[in-house]
Design a protein around this ligand. Structure first.
Ligand SMILES: Nc1ncnc2c1ncn2[C@@H]1O[C@H](COP(=O)(O)OP(=O)(O)OP(=O)(O)O)[C@@H](O)[C@H]1O
Length: 512
């Protein structure tokens, strides 16, 4: 497999008039997508951008982002796709860390990047200016070695500075091919999403898959449940992609949306975090579309596990390994855990990252032989179905006992008054950590700590029942819409949250 953009050039030749892209109502064909990407490539070459150079791309969802991205890849340079809402200091860090020679920036982010870029003597061009009318060299897209870097995406990690995960042309192309096979993408499919393009889910799982397959994508630059559903119905989207908070919002959208015709929807694709079963059921019941909730990471170019079309579902499972992907569960000594046992999920596949840019130590720590260690806990059954238990870093240790927040969040989501929930550990003198649930109530619902305590006590063991409930107006979310637990103020939750009654608080905790 060669340059990841080759497929676009092929589709532009075989069906130039077919729609390739819609952004907030405007539309481009495959022919236009290739031409605009070529224009960007020509401009980059004119400025001296060489294969392997890093080009920072800081913009929200807009057509020029898509064209510039494919222009960067076409010349064999590496697109460093970052969140345009990063602070000036963060943008400066990204520019410096990856050694960018050029920054391509959305108008709204231009000043922050330009200030950071000026310090490093890096030119910053506005994405909105588009490309110039320059002669297009005949040798585009440039041939690249399969393991050449195509993109760098920064992941925040638990400690230290964000690390740039470098994905290869071969990796992102293989990931797209794997999605095509797993969800059986055909010429009649049409992706729709409001996921940001700088993140692996929107960029690789959705956009690169669409362009590898030669089908259109309809993008919204900003998520709004109602607007996305309306757009999906109007343009006959067949594959809708999003993170769990988006499905929650869509499942709870105002009832006037129900008159629209959603018969076009073939599958909904969820990823990025665990999807509460209740939300999946609500969405399916309302729109007649099953949500396939998969598991993947930036470092694996989005690859991981996914339920297969037509295969039996297992409640709470993220499905089986993607085509071309092997999954394993390791114990803390890095030995394989017997079937059914819980341990760290490891992934072996060609999509795995090449390295963390300039971080040989972090790269080495992330591997065990040729297995990438995900930092997530999970278990697998004898049929290869995967259950993601939780992130290792989110584990709460209460009085010596391991408590996995995701299990409790699943229960909280099934409460009729709760719209969203996040369970975190807060410091506790006696137990080390106490379990706190931060919840967002549905409109007009009242919270009563005693009733909530009783309701939870009927469903989970005493030692893992939350003892603190904090009712929040909203939960902190990242740019993809994922809930960011690290931004929940635990001191605040601990001091201002409702504490449950003593009787349950002193319920026996099993001995370690
Ligand atoms: N189906 C799922 N169930 C539970 N967790 C999931 C699922 N899919 C993805 N995740 C979580 O998302 C992580 C991958 O997401 P991503 O690559 O965006 O990194 P992140 O850790 O969320 O972000 P950052 O590195 O910026 O903090 C996985 O390691 C896992 O913790």
């Amino acid at each position: 497999m060669g340059n990841a953009v080759e497929a676009i050039w092929t589709h532009a030749t075989t069906r130039p008039e077919a729609v390739a892209l819609r952004v907030d109502g405007d539309e481009w064909t495959f022919g236009q997508l290739r031409n605009a990407s070529q224009q960007w490539a020509a401009r980059l070459l004119d400025a001296g951008v060489a294969p392997g150079d890093r080009v920072l791309l800081a913009g929200g969802t807009q057509a020029d982002w898509v064209f510039a991205y494919h222009g960067v890849l076409a010349v064999g340079a590496i697109a460093v796709t970052v969140n345009p809402h990063s602070t000036e200091a963060e943008l400066g860090y990204f520019l410096h860390d990856c050694g960018a020679t050029l920054a391509l920036v959305a108008d709204a982010t231009h000043d922050a990047v330009a200030a950071a870029a000026a310090e490093l003597d890096v030119p910053a061009w506005r994405l909105g200016e588009g490309a110039r009318d320059l002669p297009v060299p005949a040798d585009l897209p440039r041939t690249v070695a399969p393991d050449s870097g195509a993109v760098i995406m920064y992941t925040s990690g638990t400690t230290g500075k964000p690390k740039g995960a470098q994905l290869t042309h071969h990796g992102i192309r293989g990931s797209a091919q794997s999605v095509i096979e797993a969800i059986e993408v055909t010429d009649d499919d049409h992706f729709g999403t409001a996921l940001p393009l700088f993140h692996v889910f929107g960029q690789v799982t959705v956009m690169r898959t669409a362009y590898e397959a030669g089908v259109p994508i309809t993008l919204m630059s900003k998520f709004d449940a109602r607007a996305l559903l309306e757009t999906a119905a109007r343009h006959r989207v067949t594959l809708l992609a999003g993170v769990p908070t988006m499905w929650t919002a869509m499942a709870n959208a105002a009832p006037d949306i129900d008159d629209l015709d959603f018969s076009c929807l073939r599958l909904a694709l969820s990823g990025g975090a665990g999807l509460p079963t209740k939300v999946a059921d609500q969405f399916d019941a309302r729109y007649g579309c099953e949500i396939l909730a998969g598991y993947g990471l930036t470092e694996t170019a989005g690859a991981g596990a996914c339920p297969r079309v037509g295969a039996p579902r297992k409640l709470g499972s993220a499905g089986v390994a993607w085509p071309g992907v092997e999954l394993a569960i390791f114990d803390t000594e890095r030995n394989p855990v017997p079937v059914g046992g819980t341990g760290e999920i490891a992934i072996r596949c060609e999509m795995n990252l090449k390295d963390y840019w300039n971080r040989p130590d972090a790269t080495a720590r992330a591997w065990h032989d040729d297995w990438f260690l995900t930092g997530d806990l999970g278990r697998m059954d004898e049929e290869g179905y995967l259950w993601v238990v939780d992130r290792i870093k989110d584990l709460i240790i209460r009085g010596g006992y391991n408590v996995y927040p995701k299990e409790l969040e699943d229960v909280l989501y099934s409460h009729p008054d709760i719209l969203e929930a996040a369970v975190v550990g807060v410091p506790d003198d006696r137990l080390g950590e106490e379990i706190a649930a931060v919840i967002v109530l549905r409109d007009g619902r009242e919270f009563d700590v005693t009733r909530m305590q009783e309701w939870m006590a009927e469903r989970v063991a005493a030692y893992k029942t939350p003892r603190i409930y904090h009712v929040a107006a909203a939960l902190p979310k990242g740019s993809t819409g994922k809930i960011l637990k690290r931004e929940i103020n635990r001191t605040d939750v601990s001091s201002r949250g409702h504490r449950t009654r003593k009787a349950t608080a002193s319920a026996p905790i099993p001995l370690a």
